[in-house]
Design a protein around this ligand. Structure first.
Ligand code: EPU
Length: 429
């Protein structure tokens, strides 16, 4: 018998108070990988206490770095000299966190070789890494496969022109981290423009990299022979901010999201305002106020600055209790509707058709036993449970813990009724 955590949620009415939005998961994982680029002692601040950060810390440790969690969101990483680095990401770690492919760029740049276990699909469909490989190949590396590992080698990276077929977030990060130490100039066309890519570029620039055009679709990197150490504060997590916004939107109430930034989530906030949610930005964070009477809107997910795919389960959940019919289209990940079956168990009236969902809102949700299949699906189920009659039990909490620090405690402080419980299960479950 092993134990796994579940969340038990009951409706508790409107939410009030203030919550600090933590550092962005999808930034910090890449920032940690970027410390492999330079020998010395790096300091990262505002690092969230989430499982994915611990897995990347373990990966850096296997590469030869020393990682110290000194408390209060500060992490110190000591990166060894090149000859003491083991340029490898094992299957055990890549299987746990697909973002670990992001060590490919820094390790190739630093060690001229890298071995990374081939990532499989995940809970929302197949997620290839062909753009990463093509991009790194354009910078003078070659790849082969052996025993489930992808092996990259280079005589020394050289600048090149990379045209991404799609503005892939992590492929942009990976190529950027390789290009900063390549010989000559690299141009990344159709680059991702996410705030987390800008955060990475800002940290690299502070380490001595020469990068132009970040935040636009054309990034130009002038390679330098070496970089210095990083001292960097992680930007706030816009998806975590969106999760608390959604919780208040459906429950009603008034909450201040400390450090949340409107400029990182403009399109989503535009959609949320059309739903009837009051949102006000201040230099210190975002106020959200809701009477819990939401209106239908149509939403399509797109690369930044469009509405991010990571918000999609939250958006569908909000619309399932809104007045009217909405259509939501998912344009990034084919399998990202799997959680909808769980929302239906709770009484949501949702029909899927290819990559579209039609939501007939104003459903009265009821508590049920549901399973979180990935991080964002999991948090969307919490949001639904906050307004579902009776008790909801959410399993698969380990997925939620990958990206949210003690979410239940933070929601409880705002007035939600949510508890974490350990339940036994058979090894074979
Ligand atoms: N794609 C390819 N080939 C590639 C890379 C991507 O075909 O080599 C496709 C993907 O299959 C997808 C599209 O390109 O259809 C975009 O994928 P992208 O590469 O941008 O996604 P990612 O970088 O792997 C990051 C976040 C995801 C987030 C997406 C989209 C990290 C660690 N992950 O993934 O975050 O959904 O960008 O914004 O940064 C999450 O936090 O829950 C999460 C899944």
């Amino acid at each position: 018998m092993t134990y796994q955590d579940i969340f038990v949620v009951r409706p508790a009415g409107p939410l009030f108070g203030s919550v600090k939005i933590n550092g962005a998961k999808n930034s910090v994982l890449k920032l940690m990988a970027a410390t492999l680029l330079a020998e010395g002692t790096h300091h990262l601040y505002n690092v969230p206490d989430i499982t994915d950060v611990k897995i990347v810390a373990q990966m850096l440790t296997e590469c030869g770095s020393k990682v110290f969690f000194v408390g209060d969101g500060e992490v110190i990483i000591e990166t060894p000299k090149t000859s003491d680095i083991t340029p490898r990401a094992s299957l055990e770690l890549v299987a746990k966190i697909r973002a670990s492919v992001v060590v490919m760029g820094p390790l190739l740049a630093r060690c001229k070789t890298v071995e990374v276990a081939q990532p499989g699909g995940d809970d929302f469909g197949s997620r290839p890494i062909d753009y990463h490989i093509e991009g790194l190949s354009s910078l003078g590396s070659t790849f082969s496969e052996r025993d489930g590992y992808l092996i990259g080698r280079t005589e020394g990276l050289t600048g090149g022109r990379v045209v991404l077929e799609f503005p892939s977030h992590t492929a942009t990060d990976n190529i950027l981290m390789a290009a900063v130490l390549a010989d000559g100039t690299t141009v990344i066309e159709n680059a991702a423009r996410e705030p987390e890519v800008i955060d990475l570029a800002e940290m690299l620039t502070s380490m001595g990299a020469k990068i132009n055009g970040v935040g636009t679709s054309r990034i130009e990197v002038q390679g330098v022979p070496r970089l210095g150490v990083a001292n960097h504060r992680v930007i706030p997590d816009r998806v975590e901010a969106a999760s608390f916004l959604a919780a208040v939107a459906v429950s009603g109430g008034e909450v201040f999201l400390e450090e949340a930034r409107e400029d990182h989530m403009e399109m989503l906030l535009r959609k949320m305002r059309s739903m009837g949610i009051h949102i006000e930005s201040t230099p210190l964070g975002i106020w959200v106020k809701s009477e819990a009477h939401l209106r239908a809107v149509d939403v399509s997910t797109l690369p930044y600055p469009g509405v991010a795919t990571d918000y999609q389960p939250l958006v569908v959940t909000m619309l399932s209790v809104a007045e009217g019919t909405s259509v939501v289209s998912e344009n990034l990940f084919s399998g990202r509707f799997r959680y909808i079956e769980e929302l239906r168990k709770m009484g949501a009236d949702i029909v899927t058709d290819g990559h579209h969902v039609v939501i007939r809102g104003a459903s009265k949700l009821t508590g049920a036993e549901v399973r979180a299949s990935d991080i964002r699906a999991g948090v969307a189920l919490i949001v639904a449970a906050l307004v579902a009659d009776g008790e909801t039990k959410i399993s698969g909490v380990r997925h939620i813990d990958r990206g949210y620090e003690r979410i239940e405690q933070r929601l409880r402080l705002l007035g939600a009724n949510i508890d974490r419980r350990a339940v036994g299960r058979k090894e074979s479950d």
